[in-house]
Design a protein around this ligand. Sequence first.
Ligand code: SF4
Ligand code: SF4
Length: 456
Amino acid sequence: MDNKKMNRRDAIRAMMLAGAGLAASTSLAAPLRAAGAVPQNWKFTEPAKGDQVIHRTWKSLGNESISLLGMGCMRFPRKPGAGRRAPLDQEAINMMIDYALDHGINYFDTAPAYGDSERATGEALSRHSRKDYLIATKMSNFSNAELEACKAMFANSLKNLRTDYVDYFLLHSIGSVEDFNKRFKDNGLLPWLQELRKKGTIRHLGFSFHGSNAAMKELLAMPYTWEFVQIQLNYVDWKNMPLEDSDEACDSETLYNMLAEKNIPVVIMEPIRGGALANVPEGLKGRLAERFPHLSPAGVALTYASTFPGVMCSLSGMSNMQQLMENVYTFSHFKPFNAQDNEYMMEMARLYNANPHIPCTACRYCMPCPRGVDIPGVFGVYNAISDELMLPDPANRKEKGYKQKRDAFLKRYATLAKDSDASACVMCNACLPKCPQRIRIPDQMRKIHKLVKDLG
Ligand code: SF4
Ligand code: SF4
């Protein structure tokens, strides 16, 4: 790749992404700084031209060298104007993927369930040599698990991704053993996938998981060979990742240890918990900066998740060039945490969990809601206000600062589009089975709607 040409093109695009009409520059960071797109409290350091993200090599995967930072392709940038309904911005995606490859990222994770992501990823990647990148995609057979429909979904993935083989193929989002049986076993899909693996159409077969510790144990005891497994892991969920719809225990630590014991390489999803750990409350931000002054909050979260030696790749769903550059910087200067750092992070998790949160990662699997509720938007407002310690308690109106909190909450809540707030929810439950975080969405909507009414 022509680096000089690449850098100038990236700089111009970075300005566009930062929304600034600034003079062309050979530095990506300069226009981002000038446009105010870089957080005030972060010493933004642009990755140097030759910086390369760290790789780990996996014997069990044929000595494959995989970048420890993987590009999650679920949150790609969209064209301005129509919010989440706007089409993907292919030009911006091409720029980001070029920059990623140029800095050593070689793992790209997508899925049929991510809207137009497979097609956009395929378009961007196919401009490069196929040997320079690894594609991970999934069997997202949530609505139709019949064998023929699954085969058609796989064929469509190959077409969209402009390839005749998939490097890492995952059974998408297994929530329980029953779910696994229904979507992958009883329909005869697994023998077919294993045939594809023999032929090399699938190079490595694994699954992504959103279930309990007990379900993982049961799955791993079954007579199948899993070459890698994708789990949710971050410092907040390390000790406890409660499932709202179940009393079964779930935590990243147990899931990770079960896989590490079997030497199964682990792919990490939600290391920044859908972006929430990039925007932590001010107090927590200060504590993180005290110990890790060279890292942003997102950098801390990614380093925590990637420190564990069984981690093959940590996925970050990047939406703009700034996030990509920040992550490239973190992983090209990667220094794993030591035992004291990890202990410190458990204290940070306790601080974070002191505020109530709805564990929504804004994945949007639950959307669209037939009644137009902006489910991740409503939860995002609730969580942001909670993080700012501005959650009002209508049962405690005499509390100091109550009016200020009430006004702040209602003002933020009013930014949701008309008829898309919690009042529009009719408790139809259509969203309930779609949420990988197992959030009891209708109950949460009722709770938030009641809070708003009580504040009125
Ligand atoms: S339960 Fe509420 S939020 Fe969920 S799909 Fe139905 S109306 Fe939408
Ligand atoms: S409620 Fe669940 S499915 Fe919907 S965006 Fe949040 S995490 Fe994803």
